[in-house]
Write a protein that binds this ligand. Structure first.
Ligand code: SIN
Length: 312
């Protein structure tokens, strides 16, 4: 039985729904090229700021038995570097390029979007409203009024389609309130759910110590810890905002979790912790496993089950 993993959305077709989560394998051109030349269906750059940043002090990433904790602090080469990559990117080769923008202020995000608009680079901005790791900077998308102001300004500066990367929400009232905010902006075409679960604390009992240094050891959780929360956010935003696309991110380490995200309503899915641990070979493995699941269930295309999660 033939299985077609392609995804057509926003006027483009990806060969399959899998790509890297921003933050993993995307800080340098060398890393980005590893993703592009892998089995991934798209590429996204590291969340960038106006100027290059070193990020937080090491150690700032740790693997744990259930996933990962990080407080990277947006180490990146500055937006000009990623725009330069986008200029040279083979856009017509069939793997879309997403640019993750994470200005330290709304003005910074507007500056980057205005520069992108002038250049007319054929890539899609994913605006990161949810980095938990810059000391002194709260996650913007936990402030609904500030998010509405940001989206209004962004919509004035950028007339093409764009997306936002959201933090996880945990309360039904917050899903509804944030969906109400997001629903007001037609240019906002996709929502990436979720960023890491911010400000967790992992403790090494032997050393009686935190496992990362920044923020007194607090950091964003990824991997198995976050899968049910990610799925809840994907399902709720897909349900509340059927006119927008939801990109699933969180806890995908095999075809099974990719299947779950798509069943919950995701158009495409990003891989973070697993990609960090395993390298770009993870894409081919996960795609093979997803194909096997679809074949066993008699599904030919992703549309055959996307968003069709039943409530028992
Ligand atoms: C980081 O660089 O701290 C991670 C980015 C993010 O979580 O948004």
């Amino acid at each position: 039985m033939t299985v077609d993993l392609s995804v057509s959305w926003l006027g483009m077709t990806m060969p399959n729904p899998l790509y890297n989560a921003s933050g993993v394998m995307c800080r340098s051109v060398e890393e980005l090229e590893r993703v592009r030349l892998s089995a991934a269906g798209a590429v996204i750059t590291k969340s960038c700021t106006l100027d290059p940043r070193e990020g937080n002090p090491e150690p700032r990433y740790a693997s744990t038995p259930l996933g990962s904790i990080n407080s990277m602090g947006l180490p990146n080469a500055g937006y000009r570097y990623y725009f330069d990559y986008a200029r040279r990117y083979p856009h017509h080769a069939g793997k879309p390029l997403f640019l993750s923008l994470s200005g330290l202020s709304l003005e910074d995000n507007l500056t980057m979007l205005e520069a992108l608009a002038v250049e007319q680079l054929p890539c899609l901005p994913e605006i990161n409203l949810s980095c938990p790791n810059v000391p002194g900077k709260p996650q913007l998308a936990y402030d609904f009024a500030a998010t509405a102001i940001a989206l209004a300004e962004i919509s004035r500066a950028w007339h093409g389609p764009f997306g936002v990367k959201l933090p996880p929400y945990f309360d039904p009232v917050h899903f509804v309130e944030m969906a109400h905010v997001l629903g007001g902006y037609a240019g906002l075409r996709f929502i990436t759910c979720i960023n890491s679960i911010g400000n967790g604390l992992v403790i090494d009992v032997e050393r009686e110590s935190t496992v990362i240094r920044p923020k007194q050891g607090l950091g964003g959780l990824g991997g198995d810890y976050v899968l049910p929360t990610a799925l809840a956010n994907v399902r709720e935003f897909a349900r509340l905002l059927p006119e927008k696309h939801v990109i699933g991110c969180g806890g995908i380490r095999s075809g099974k979790e990719a299947f779950m995200h798509i069943l919950a309503g995701a158009t495409a899915v990003q891989v973070g912790t697993c990609l960090h641990e395993e390298g770009e070979g993870a894409f081919e493995r996960i795609l093979g496993e997803l194909t096997d699941i679809m074949r066993a269930k008699g599904y030919h295309r992703l549309e055959d089950f996307r968003g069709r999660l039943k409530v028992c």
